[in-house]
Design a protein. Structure first.
Length: 86
């Protein structure tokens, strides 16, 4: 069986913006860890819409990350979070 190749770009530690750091903690951290930490935050604060689980209801910290939006869907969230990683 072939050894699974790790995508090094995906695992590369990225700099986290100050806004995002309030949610996921200070970086640098790989994108996969940022997304994991984001979900821990969302679930911990019960910010997932109970009727439509794809939507995230932003608190003050997440609004800063989401460009001021109060509600974003999980696919849009990934795009908005990318702007806070470098």
């Amino acid at each position: 069986m072939a050894e699974k190749k790790v995508n090094s770009a995906f695992m590369k530690p990225l700099t986290v913006s100050p806004e995002l750091a309030l949610v996921v903690g200070a970086g640098p951290m790989p994108r996969s860890e940022v997304v994991k930490a984001l979900w821990v935050y969302i679930k911990g604060k019960n910010l997932q819409d109970p009727k439509n689980k794809r939507n995230i209801n932003a608190d003050a910290n997440l609004k800063a990350v989401f460009g001021g939006k109060a509600v974003v869907n999980m696919f849009e969230m990934t795009k908005l979070v990318s702007k806070h990683l470098s």
